[in-house]
Ligand binder design. Structure first.
Ligand SMILES: Cc1cc2nc3c(=O)[nH]c(=O)nc-3n(C[C@H](O)[C@H](O)[C@H](O)COP(=O)(O)OP(=O)(O)OC[C@H]3O[C@@H](n4cnc5c(N)ncnc54)[C@H](O)[C@@H]3O)c2cc1C
Length: 374
């Protein structure tokens, strides 16, 4: 039997979501969205002594943060040489280096959940191999960690600093730590409107000094002023039962990263991809898996990864893509800060943006992630 839009990561039957908000609340900062980014924001706020209320329309990790491929990748969604061309050399190098620091933090903080395995970008064609050469050269020039790779997966690049994690276990651990540190978290509490000093939800009003909106997919629905910068897309995955017929020691990024997979400690394969093959219909905020993409994933699993392990899970979630290629990390209205639109790779970038937004919101320090399109 295949789990119905449930990620393979949802393996903790004893998990209980935090209780919904009941009535009005008062705090210094309200964080909307309890994914990885929102929970880093909550933690940073508590470390700054702020009174925090964090809410989520669903559960902790109900969005992409608990439903993703679990790859921990340095840099932006664009490969480094593309990021240099798109947002400028200084910004691309600074961001890459800051995500390396963020990676170190995750591996140190979650040794039971995250593993530094390195990651592979494997070329799916001669053209892509040439692109790998260009990326390799740019990364070497910028003294960023990269090795040329040839192995059973094919030819391409090895990023030794990257790794994998169990994404839902990470966000649940962060939520438990946030509650223990004095934050108030509420699930099933949907923000419907935000003003400078309050967040109205379906359960009550939260009065606050500042608001952090930490929502990746569907960000433009909550903050319509970002509609010209951000667009939501659906990404889909499947997972198998333990697959003893294959060995995947490191996560693989294939065909420009459109396909990606990792093997879990129990041997299961988690595989995602093929968004570009149904591009128009995948620009959506609907997070339901579709037969067209799931069929492609299944064929790839059998023909390319070459496992016959039965499929146990199929799921989807939405993420935000930015038109500039850089994430959103801005004060969109007075006292309202938005982070999101990581263009498909937000596990590390989201944590970095959260840290940056809190420094900005609490200390008035201007946005150090200065990003402009070139
Ligand atoms: C299938 C898939 C595979 C991916 N693979 C990878 C990968 O391998 N590596 C990687 O780095 N990235 C990957 N990503 C992207 C990554 O998962 C996201 O960028 C990241 O998890 C975003 O986390 P977040 O906390 O910023 O936002 P989200 O996880 O989107 O969290 C936002 C939360 O806000 C809540 N919310 C939304 N609107 C409201 C509202 N109005 N009121 C209250 N709450 C609200 C949602 O319920 C959600 O829980 C993948 C994404 C998907 C979908």
């Amino acid at each position: 039997m295949i789990a119905d839009n449930t990620p393979v990561w949802d393996d903790e039957p004893s998990w209980r979501p935090p209780a919904p908000l009941q009535g009005n609340a008062d705090c210094d900062v309200c964080v909307i969205g309890l994914g990885g980014s929102g929970l880093v924001a909550v933690r940073e706020l508590r470390a700054n002594g702020a009174r925090v209320v964090g809410i989520d329309a669903g559960d902790v990790g109900a969005g992409a943060a608990g439903r993703n491929g679990g790859l921990l990748l340095a840099g932006l969604a664009d490969f480094h040489h593309d990021a240099v061309a798109r947002i400028g050399h200084a910004a691309a190098v600074t961001l890459y280096k800051r995500t390396l620091v963020e990676l170190d933090r995750v591996f140190a903080e979650f040794p039971d959940v995250a593993r530094r395995t390195g990651s592979l970008r494997i070329a799916a064609s001669a053209d892509e191999r040439r692109d790998c050469v260009a990326q390799f050269a740019q990364m070497q020039r910028d003294e960023l960690p990269v090795e040329w790779y040839t192995g059973p997966e094919g030819e391409g690049l090895l990023m030794p600093s990257d790794g994998v994690m169990q994404p839902l276990a990470r966000v649940r651990a962060m939520a438990r730590a946030a509650i223990a540190a004095g934050a108030r978290l509420h699930s099933l509490t949907h923000a419907t409107s935000i003003t400078g000093r309050s967040v109205t939800t379906d359960r009550g009003v939260i009065f606050c000094e500042r608001v952090i909106v930490a929502v990746d997919g569907r960000l433009e629905l909550l903050l319509p002023e970002l509609g010209s910068d951000v667009r939501s897309a659906r990404l889909q995955m499947l997972a198998t039962a333990p697959a003893p017929d294959v060995s995947v020691p490191r996560p693989v990024y294939w065909r420009d990263g459109y396909e990606y997979w990792q093997q879990l400690p129990d041997g299961s394969i988690a595989l995602g991809g093929f968004r570009d093959t149904e591009l128009e219909s995948e620009w959506t905020s609907d997070a339901t898996p579709t037969p067209a993409i799931q069929d492609r994933l299944e064929r790839f699993l059998r023909k390319h990864i070459r496992t016959s392990a039965p499929i146990t899970h199929r799921w989807a979630a939405t993420v935000g893509y930015s038109h500039s290629g850089a994430p959103i990390c801005s004060e969109v209205r007075d006292g309202i800060f938005a982070i999101g639109a990581y263009s498909g790779t937000g596990n590390i970038l989201g944590a970095l943006c959260a840290r940056e937004a809190i420094a900005w919101a609490m200390r008035g320090r201007q946005h150090a992630l200065v990003i402009t399109s070139t």
